[in-house]
Design a protein around this ligand. Structure first.
Ligand code: ATP
Length: 307
């Protein structure tokens, strides 16, 4: 029977996203409080016939079709890059694989969709290469080192839960989870925002940032307190590129969100609600107006094998 491996990885929101000045390496240092949501990408790997290479199939019905169509299925898909890099690190040939990606995370939405796919792929490949080629399984720390070469958010998608990300966001310090439940509503946009474009707009705004103690902030005791301490240095830059976002943030707060904020580089808006019932009620109202609004709970597990 052919080898089949299933794995999944969570979306992220940045509860706090502090961005420093552009450094000489062309990157911005960040100080971020990452939080994983139970909106999971699901990946299935099936061993391909010898010599058939890698084929990728992307689908999903909870996000707009335009998002699914925006995901490449060739060698530029992050999952394809992950397979090539992982095999290279093990000193093996890239395996022949049929890869099925069930997408639930809005694409180019600042929620690390591609990075979650890469993280799930790393976990799946770790198992696949062990079963098929007898390679030693790598630890999460070792997978995170490879993940950082693929994208700054990949290490966090491996760890999940709650963590501080520094460097470019790829240096992860895992934290104890929050002591209370969080309920989220994610408002996806039909158009994406490219992360580099948002950082370029941030540079134009010439903002001064002080990095804060995020470990201390993670000890907040209620959703209301957390909401009052959420910040995103990229939010004004995202607003400048997509002015409708600031109105959406206001509207979500008027509809009862404790706090609504652009997620990472946007344009998805993450809104924190006091209860799951309220988040679902608002999402239904928005869905009936044609807005893609997804609900999720916070504190999800990182990338894992699924039975
Ligand atoms: P981040 O929050 O990590 O900055 P994002 O969530 O804003 O990322 P992604 O959904 O990862 O953005 O997609 C960014 C771009 O990457 C897409 O426009 C797409 O062309 C490309 N891409 C490559 N592989 C994938 C993948 N597996 N899933 C989604 N997008 C991918």
């Amino acid at each position: 029977m052919s080898t089949i491996i299933r794995a999944s990885a969570p979306a992220k929101v940045n509860l706090v996203f502090e961005v420093g000045q552009l450094a000489s390496d062309g990157y911005h240092p960040v100080n971020s409080l990452f939080f994983a949501l139970d909106l999971r990408e699901e990946l299935t790997l099936v061993k391909g016939e010898p010599g058939t290479g890698i084929s990728i199939y992307v689908h999903g019905d909870s996000i707009p079709e335009a998002h699914i169509n925006a995901v490449p299925t060739d060698h530029s898909n992050l999952v394809h890059k992950t397979a090539v890099l992982f095999a290279q690190k093990l000193g093996k040939a890239t395996p022949d694989l049929q890869i099925d990606i069930h997408k639930r995370i809005p694409v180019a939405g600042g929620m690390a969709g591609g990075s979650a796919d890469a993280a799930a792929m790393l976990v799946a490949l770790n198992e696949f290469m062990h079963q098929e080629h007898g390679t030693e399984k790598l630890s999460i720390e070792e997978l995170a080192v490879i993940g950082a070469e693929l994208g700054s958010d990949v290490p966090f998608c491996l760890y999940g839960s709650l963590a501080i990300g520094t460097g470019r966001g790829e240096v992860i310090t895992p934290l104890e989870g929050l002591s209370f439940e969080t309920n989220w509503l994610l408002c996806a946009s039909s158009k994406g925002l490219s992360t580099p474009t948002v950082f370029a707009a941030f540079d134009e705004l010439d903002t001064e940032t002080q990095f804060t103690d995020l470990a201390e902030l993670s000890k907040t005791s209620s959703a209301t307190e957390l909401g009052s301490r959420m910040t995103n240095d990229l939010e004004q830059a995202a607003f400048s590129l997509m002015p409708s976002l600031s109105q959406q943030v206001r509207e979500l707060e008027e509809l009862g969100a404790i706090r609504a904020m652009v997620s990472g580089s946007g344009p998805t808006i993450a809104a924190l609600f006091e209860s799951e019932a309220k988040a679902i009620e608002v999402s239904k109202a928005l869905n009936s107006q044609g807005v893609v609004a997804l609900t999720a709970k916070g504190g999800a597990q990182g990338a894992r094998l699924d039975g």
